[in-house]
Structure formats: C-alpha cells, structure tokens
Design a protein. Structure first.
Length: 188
C-alpha cells in the first residue's frame, strides 16, 4: 500500500493531472519508489473506484482536456491510516546483490575483491549523485537523507569486506578458512 500512500500524499499537496503526478514521482521521489507511468494510471483508476480520489476534466488554453485528480474525504482518511501504518512498521530490507554474497567464496578472493570494488564504485557514484541533489525542505529531503545514510553504511561495509578479501588473497589462505570468516565483516 506504499504506492497508494505516495499518490494520496502527492494529491494532498495539490490537485494534479496524471502526467504531472508521474513527473513528480520520477523527479522528486525516484529514490523511494520505482513506480512507473502505467502503474500510476492503474492505481489512480483503482483509487477512484475505491472513492479515495475523484477526477474532473480541465482544459488549459488550446491543450486537449486532461483529467485532474484530487483527494476525497475518504482518500484523506485512507491516507492517514496508511501513513500511520507505514511509519510504525518495518519491512525487512532485502538487497538483490546479497544473493551473490551468499556464494562469494566460489570466486578466488582477489577476483571477488575486484568485483566488489566495481560495486563499491557504483554505490559511491550513486551517493555522489544524492549529495549533489538539490536539498529541499520537507519530505523529499528526508527521503534523500535516508538514502544517503544507507549508501554510506553500505560503502563502509563493502570497504571492510574488500579489505578482508585483500588480506585473505595470499596464496596459502582462503576467505572463510582457518580462523577468519565472513562473520568478521558483519562485526566490524
């Protein structure tokens, strides 16, 4: 229901036509959702049927008429319920890249370190992009701040893992062999 919360939250700020909602999602909220245009329109239709949003035709100048969406009283009540639920729960984080970590020992430590360095560089680039994002007051800044904190933590963790792999790349040692293991990284 996070997607519905997001759309209702945007419509609480102002009435908007669907294209403007998509623009806001892609420009301002891309760090907290991967909501795509077809899904936005699908959800708007479903929320209209539920009575959470209503739409009216609007025409500006010589442009073709557009549907403009606004939140209803029922939508406001649902928004409040969804917001309270969202803020008081935790969904476990799952990272797609963790599947590879489960099998990291299948690669020689040196190669594993090189592959993780590529990942580290990608994360550093994403973090740099986030730091360059124009800071804004309000919800967008909180989302950006949260994303930055996660990426900074991920960088620290990856750097510790890469350093561990470098220490274990000596010919007579293997990651996870002897007295060393992957659990060292999680405790750092």
């Amino acid at each position: 229901m996070d997607r519905e919360l997001l759309l209702l939250g945007l419509l609480r700020q102002e009435e908007m036509h669907g294209y403007r909602i998509v623009e806001r999602v892609e420009a301002d909220l891309r760090y907290c959702t991967d909501l795509k245009k077809p899904t936005v329109y699908f959800l708007l239709g479903r929320m209209e049927k539920a009575g959470w949003v209503a739409r009216t035709r609007s025409r500006q100048g010589k442009r073709p008429p557009r549907w403009v969406y606004h939140i209803t009283e029922a939508g406001e009540a649902e928004f409040q319920s969804l917001l309270r639920h969202n803020l008081s729960t935790n969904a476990p984080a799952r990272f797609a890249g963790d599947v590879g970590l489960a099998f990291l020992q299948a690669l020689p430590p040196e190669e594993a370190g090189q592959r993780l360095q590529v990942r580290r560089d990608l994360i550093a680039g994403e973090l740099n992009d986030l730091r360059q994002a124009a800071p804004r007051l309000g919800p967008t800044e909180l989302v950006l701040s949260h994303q930055r904190a996660h990426l900074e933590s991920e960088l620290r963790w990856l750097e510790a893992l890469i350093n561990q792999l470098v220490r274990h790349s000596a010919p007579d040692r293997q990651l996870g062999g002897g007295t060393h293991s992957n659990s060292e990284v999680t405790s750092q």
